[in-house]
Each structure stands twice: as C-alpha cells, then as structure tokens.
Design a protein around this ligand. Structure first.
Ligand SMILES: [Zn+2]
Length: 391
C-alpha cells in the first residue's frame, strides 16, 4: 500500500487530480444519463449495456458482461503488483415505470437513484478518463465493475459473482456509493430475511368459529417476535416489514405471511437472534392444525476490518488530504450494508467509500449535492492509487 501523502507529491497524480477537478460536470452529466436508464433490481441489463459500451469506448481490457448483468473492465497495470476492484452497483429500488427525470435546483440534483447509485457508476468512468488523460501508469490493475443486485432482494448476488470471478486476483475491493462523503466503512451489517408463512384450516367466520386461523396464529407469532429484547452493543435489530394473507373479512384465514428482517454488524449476535426467532417459529408450529414455514429470502454476511488496516488508513489519509473535514464532511468510521459485505466477510481487504452528500435516498425525492462530488472523485483516485501504486 502506497502512502497517500507520497502519491500527492508526484506530478502525474497531481495532474490527474486537477483533471478531475475540471471534469466534475462531465461526471455529473454521466450520472444523469445513467439515472434516466431504468434499472430496478433484477432488471439492470439496459443500464449495464450502456456501461459496457462506455467501458469499451474507454479502451479498457477484458470488457465483459456476465449472465446476470455485471459489467467488467480492466485498466491494466504495468507490473505484477497488487490490484484493486472498484464496484458500483447499477440497480435501484425503484420499480419499472417510475418516472425518472433529473432536475437541478440550488446546487442539488433531484432524481430517484441518482445518488444511490448513478453517480458512483459515473465516477468509475471519470476515474478511468482522468488516468488516461494524464497518462498515469499504475503498477497494479484497476478493475472497474458495475454490479447488479445490491438493493433489497438482490441479496448482493452481483458482487457475489464478481468476487467469485476476481477475488483471488485483487488485493482490495472498494465499493463505491454516492451518499456519505467522509465516512469510511469498516463494518458490514449482516442481515437475514425470512418470509414466514402460516397455514391453518380456516373456514366460515361464523359457521366454523373455533377453527384455527392463519392470521391469528401469525399475529401471536409476530407479537412474540416483537417482544424480543436484543442487545444495543453490538447493535442488533429486527423488523416485520410486511404482512399479508386471508381472503375476506368473514373468512377464517387459511394462509398468512410476514416478511422479517434481522440485522447486526456482529455475525454471532445475528446468529443468536435468528436462533431465538426460529425457536418461536418452532413453538408456533407445534400448535395443532397449524404449520409455520420460514423461508430464507435474504442473507448478507457481516464483516469487519480493523481500524488500522492499511486500506482503512488509506481512506482516512485520502479524506484528510482532500480537506474533507474542512469542507464540512466529518471523517469517521461507519458501518453499513453494501457490496463490500461480501469481500469483507471473506477476509479480502475491503471498504466502501462515498462520493458526495444528499438525502431522500430510496424515495422519489432523492437528491444529490453537486459541490462535494469534486472531493469525492479526488478521494476515489487517491484510494485507488494507494492500492495499485504509480509506476
Ligand atoms: Zn447503494
């Protein structure tokens, strides 16, 4: 790992940083283009095709799209040296048919999916262009990857395939996100999600009164889950986010279900909560005439990087050198659920860095602050070069 303070003394690196400063609006324009191509999770192909075209136009090596829609490109290094993999997810939480038009107002750009994660996809292109325009030769390879399936039930399927394909060839994985400039991820929040389905005899609400109801049994189970005490350090959470079932107001329900989300940054604590919930499910299942079936619908592993890991330190150093703190972006460790979960859980040095600030993420009112993008791009360049070094 190269010290960021050494890198910024080198004139090609300074030239690349200056080049980025002068091309922030190009990156923002690319982000708008990306944002306006719909890409709900599991339907990222159109956006992925756009990225693949850009990767090819940049002259990257090994440009490819795998069968699930991850797009790969490699900017070759000059030597056998540690390589980096930068991953930005293409998918959004917005369903097909969502009206997406980006508008600018007072230094902000409004658009669903713009900060999460179109600007990050655009930043990969900006980085490659900056290195090319200023003829920066790196020692190690820079892999640029646009991933699918980061959001919701995508369950990180994109990055899982990417790490399977390239995990052994890279020394570090950095997930790139739009939101949260100044934060350095060293802990991945693991999550486990279940659909819990209850079946019971049901019947006419008057004539068959006394028969077991799937809805009533589900409510009892839900109440027992909601009464669980969980630790606050490490933080452990649960949420029943969706319930459904039954056929009519005057029918005893034959079937009902809920969706349950459980999270922690601590793998053991998450396992404990899951075991307690499964104990309650087991009890509910022992009631006569009732069947309760838990189906795992999401599983994101937890992971952890020590604070003095070289990659984490490089992120701190880059943020300090670009003046993030002075610009109002507090530099601090954080935790989250990102593409970095997968490599981190496997022990590959990894983190997630963010390009700017904004708000309303995952809502139609999502917006991105334009000004900080300049700092975000500088950070991305410096962290990348810290890993791959300059030839
Ligand atoms: Zn995201």
């Amino acid at each position: 790992m190269r010290r960021v303070s050494d890198l910024v003394m080198k004139s090609p690196v300074r030239a690349a940083l200056d080049w980025l400063d002068g091309h922030v609006e190009d990156a923002v324009a690319d982000a708008v283009t990306v944002c306006e191509i719909p890409a709900p999770t599991f339907h990222e192909k159109q956006r992925a095709a756009w990225v693949a075209e850009r990767f090819a136009a940049l002259g990257l090596a090994d440009v490819a799209m795998d069968e699930i829609g991850n797009v790969y490109g490699r900017r070759p290094g000059a030597a056998r040296a540690p390589s980096i993999l930068l991953a930005a997810h293409t998918d959004t939480v917005f369903p097909a048919g969502t009206a997406i038009q980006v508008r600018r107002a007072e230094g902000r750009l409004y658009g669903p999916g713009l900060i999460d994660n179109s600007i990050a996809v655009a930043s990969l292109l900006a980085l490659a262009r900056a290195l090319d325009a200023t003829q920066v030769k790196t020692k190690g390879d820079v892999w640029l990857v646009a991933t699918v399936g980061e959001e919701g039930l995508g369950n990180l399927r994109g990055i899982r395939a990417v790490v399977e394909r390239l995990g052994e060839r890279v020394a570090a994985v950095v997930a790139v996100e739009g939101q949260g400039l100044g934060k350095v991820y060293n802990r991945s929040i693991g999550s486990r999600r279940y659909q819990i389905t209850v079946r019971a005899p049901g019947g006419h609400s008057w004539g068959a009164f006394g028969n077991r109801s799937a809805v009533h049994e589900l409510f009892k189970l839900g109440a027992a889950i909601a009464a669980l005490d969980v630790p606050t350090a490490p933080k452990v959470t649960y949420n029943i986010g969706v319930v459904g079932g039954g056929t009519s107001v005057n029918s005893i329900a034959e079937e009902a279900y809920c969706l349950l989300d459980m999270r922690s940054g601590d793998a053991g604590a998450l396992d404990d909560l899951e075991a307690r919930v499964m104990g309650l499910v087991q009890q509910a299942n022992e009631v006569d005439d009732v069947s309760v079936t838990p189906t795992l619908i999401g599983d994101r592993p937890a992971g952890f990087m020590v604070e003095d890991a070289p990659l984490i330190q490089a992120c701190f150093e880059a943020l300090t050198l670009i003046g993030a703190e002075a610009a109002g972006h507090a530099i601090k460790l954080t935790e989250g659920s990102t593409d970095a979960n997968i490599p981190m859980s496997l022990g590959i040095p990894s983190t997630c860095i963010a390009l700017t600030t904004g708000g309303g993420t995952h809502t139609l009112g999502e917006y991105m602050d334009v000004d900080p993008v300049r700092l975000g791009l500088r950070q991305l360049l410096l962290v990348t070069l810290a890993v791959v070094d300059v030839a």
